[in-house]
Design a protein around this ligand. Structure first.
Ligand SMILES: [Zn+2]
Length: 233
């Protein structure tokens, strides 16, 4: 097998989109599948006039002109936690940013890393609850050259981790993930259904030791971004 490539994988998964990307919610709510005029990625939308996928690379930000509502970091997390608690998730404390439980990494770069254990070159998962959410502070040193230049790169951020493990024995899979995401965005944050898109993409570790199809939600420009998180108080 040749070297794996994200673009090739995306093309392959998208050619079988019914298996990989069409969730129950899309069928139930009447989402349509389109191809972005700019980046050619496929995406799902309720807006039949939409031509772009919603990726911030080729759609301008709107919150510079339209000032959003302010919300503190804690208030935002509480909204997220309340919603997921009501939907059967445990809320756990974040892990340290120094990743002592992974010998191959110095720092925590994603919330999934909290649960990964590596022994004799094999990865397994250790989790105290299932499903769960975690407010994980992540460090991103590979973004340092972009900080202060793009206006959207930082050296750290809080990943609102939503994790379910070991499906079908326990946990849940794609349909429930997207259903919860959609409900949180529309019912809790008040995002208009038509401004939400789901882009067909591929998630992969740098070395492709793990990879798979993923859907990237995006809220776009036709409506105001409703919330701005105020980190310093
Ligand atoms: Zn696009």
């Amino acid at each position: 097998m040749g070297k794996l490539d994200k673009n090739e994988l995306r093309r392959d998964f998208s050619s079988k989109y019914k298996n990989y990307y069409q969730t129950e919610l899309f069928s139930k709510e009447g989402f349509i599948r389109k191809q972005c005029k700019e980046c050619k990625k496929n995406f799902w939308t309720l807006d039949s006039n939409r031509e772009l996928c919603g990726d911030s690379e080729h759609e301008p930000y709107t919150f510079i002109k339209d000032v959003p509502k302010d919300i503190s970091y804690v208030e935002f997390w509480n909204k997220f936690a309340d919603f997921f608690k009501k939907n059967g998730h445990a809320v756990i404390d974040r892990y340290p940013v120094v990743s002592r439980w992974r010998q191959d990494l110095y720092f925590t770069i994603a919330s999934i890393q909290d649960f990964q254990r590596i022994e004799n070159g094999m990865m397994s998962f250790e989790y105290g609850a299932n499903p769960l959410i975690v407010p994980q502070m992540c460090m991103r040193f590979n973004d340092v050259p972009n900080v202060g230049i793009t206006g959207r790169h930082l050296t750290s951020f809080m990943m609102t981790g939503q994790h379910a493990f070991n499906y079908p024995k326990e946990g849940y899979w794609r349909d429930r993930t997207i259903e919860l995401n959609y409900k949180f965005m529309t019912q809790v944050l008040g995002v208009k259904r038509e401004s939400l898109t789901y882009i067909e993409d591929v998630w992969a570790m740098g070395d492709f030791s793990e990879f798979g199809p993923c859907l990237e939600p995006s809220v776009t420009p036709n409506s105001k971004l409703l919330w701005r998180i105020r980190i310093v108080k």
